[in-house]
Design a binder for this molecule. Structure first.
Ligand code: NAD
Length: 479
């Protein structure tokens, strides 16, 4: 069985402890590879290898870093089919989605930050008596910890700016989806990335992740994952005064006003709810619809939802693949039961699906639409992170803004209206780091990305990421 090894100092190595974790294919429910079950000893080795090259990499010119990273992007792109297949087998999402979204975006992340660093600059401020200029230096060794929902996409979203900014990285992909990150090692070696600049340590969060966070030489942590894990990391990192970027959970409102372009809103709202099995932190999982169009919208929306055919992720016609793990499958189904207990009416889906053939043991759930719930019930307050959306009618702008903002989360919001004044007015009142108007998941990598309230601390993307991965030092010179 294939073994997924750590990548430390430019070489693939097993965990020091010699133990392995089972790695499942969600679509079949079967173990198909083994992943290194690392611990703090492996993290210590990775930090040591980063330390060896840290000064050299920080002094490498931005042009050289850019050239290496562009070659990494090319390397992934050349093997895009292989990466996409690996991502789908590991994560459960449809193959076409892996190819068009995850792997394409990973390539784009490397290209974007390769070129962004060449244009990145510090500020200068002069006055009568002096001039100040601000240096932006690499931090040194940084930790990047990523989740399972968009494996290579989010892994590269962190390591690309970290490396571009001149840092060495100790990175940990999710133990549920380690495969594509592990394929990156060869690509980095071929691209000429010096050994030790990127180190990948596989294993469990409470062993490997915790060891990265607590290691005294790791000066900054960029983390994407659940809010509870983010809180644990913050508790550990705070007394060591580490820089922290936390991208956490969401329970995003999708607001459909009566004056929207209904057809487009229905099609895109289904996409926003069920893409990637609803396992995207940005999914619109609470769908607020103005009462005067509620029935019309619901009918059109349900027609769209029916197109999200559940099946073998390797089949081109599959719109929705498998849920990443049995424990997550059980969690999503338990939330559907909770919704019923809370008085919800399941108008579509609601059950697990048996996919005949090679996938009959896989973890599949029907795209599920529930109505009749209050905005304040647990189903509408807690993150489910699966193919479940609730429909909630509203009567006024004030009412929907209050309901939309009523959760502890604040990652993304979506607004559908043709009224430009209303769009601006409502967008300004959304308690979220990202607002999409008449679109969803439209991403320009130059823009700040992140959440407010319990959806996170800090921003990634563009200059924000390069600022996070550098230290500012102001130099003041008297005239
Ligand atoms: P998770 O918090 O369980 O795990 C994320 C990563 O953290 C994994 O690599 C895990 O091994 C590691 N980890 C776990 N415990 C740790 C610890 N004590 N110390 C250090 N690392 C630890 O999250 P998940 O289940 O993999 O991902 C789903 C969550 O991620 C959802 O809540 C989703 O909303 C969120 N998410 C947020 C964004 C965003 O940009 N805001 C993007 C994607 C996913």
């Amino acid at each position: 069985m294939k073994q997924i090894l750590n990548f430390i100092g430019g070489e693939y190595v097993p965990a020091q402890g010699g133990t392995w974790l089972d790695n499942y294919e969600p679509a079949t429910g079967k173990v198909y590879s083994l992943v290194a079950d690392s611990d703090e000893r492996d993290v210590a080795l990775a930090v040591e290898s980063a330390k060896q090259v840290s000064v050299q990499w920080a002094q490498t010119s931005v042009e050289e870093r850019c050239a290496i990273m562009l070659r990494i992007a090319d390397g992934i792109e050349k093997k895009a089919e292989e990466f996409a297949l690996a991502e789908t087998i590991d994560q459960g999402k449809p193959l076409w989605l892996s190819k068009n979204m995850d792997i394409a975006r990973a390539v784009h992340n490397f290209r974007f930050f390769a070129t962004e660093i060449v244009h990145f600059s510090g500020a200068s401020h002069s006055q009568n008596t002096s001039i100040n200029y601000t240096l932006r230096s690499p931090i040194g060794i940084v930790g990047c910890i990523s989740p399972w929902n968009l494996p290579l996409y989010l892994f590269s979203w962190k390591i690309a700016p970290a490396i571009a900014a001149g840092n060495c990285v100790v990175a940990k992909p999710s133990e549920l989806t380690p495969m594509t990150a592990s394929m990156l090692g060869d690509i980095c070696n071929e691209a000429g990335l010096p050994a030790g600049v990127l180190n990948i340590v596989h294993g469990l969060g409470n062993k490997v992740g915790a060891a990265i966070v607590s290691h005294p030489l790791v000066k900054a942590i960029s983390f994407t994952g659940g809010t509870a894990t983010g809180a644990t990391i913050a508790r550990e990192a705070a007394p060591q005064f580490k820089k922290l970027s936390l991208e956490l959970g969401g329970k995003n409102p999708n607001i459909v006003f009566a004056d929207c372009a209904l057809e487009e809103a229905a099609v895109q709202s289904a996409r926003a709810a069920f893409t990637n099995q609803g396992e995207i932190c940005l999914c619109g999982s609470r769908l607020f619809v103005e009462r005067s169009i509620y029935d019309r919208f619901k009918e059109r929306f349900l027609d769209e939802v029916k197109k999200f055919t559940v099946g073998d992720p390797l089949e081109p016609k599959t719109r929705q693949g498998a849920i990443v793990a049995k424990v997550h499958y059980d969690k999503v189904l338990s939330y559907i039961e909770l919704a019923k207990e809370e008085g919800g009416n399941v108008v579509c889906g609601g059950k697990g699906v048996i996919v005949e053939g090679r996938c009959e043991q896989g973890w599949f759930i029907e795209p599920t639409v529930i109505e009749g719930l209050s905005a304040s019930c647990r189903t509408n307050q807690e993150e489910i992170f699966g193919p479940v959306v609730t429909l909630i009618p509203f009567d006024s702008e004030e009412e929907v803004i209050a309901m939309a903002n009523s959760t502890k989360y604040g990652l993304a919001s979506v607004i559908w209206t043709e009224n430009v004044r209303k769009a601006h007015r409502v967008a300004a009142q959304m308690e979220s780091g990202i607002v999409w108007v008449n679109c969803w998941l439209n991403r320009d990598l130059r823009t700040p990305f992140g959440g407010v309230k319990q959806s996170g601390v800090g921003r990634e993307g563009g200059n924000e990421a390069l600022r996070f991965f550098t230290e500012a030092k102001n130099v003041c010179i008297a005239y």
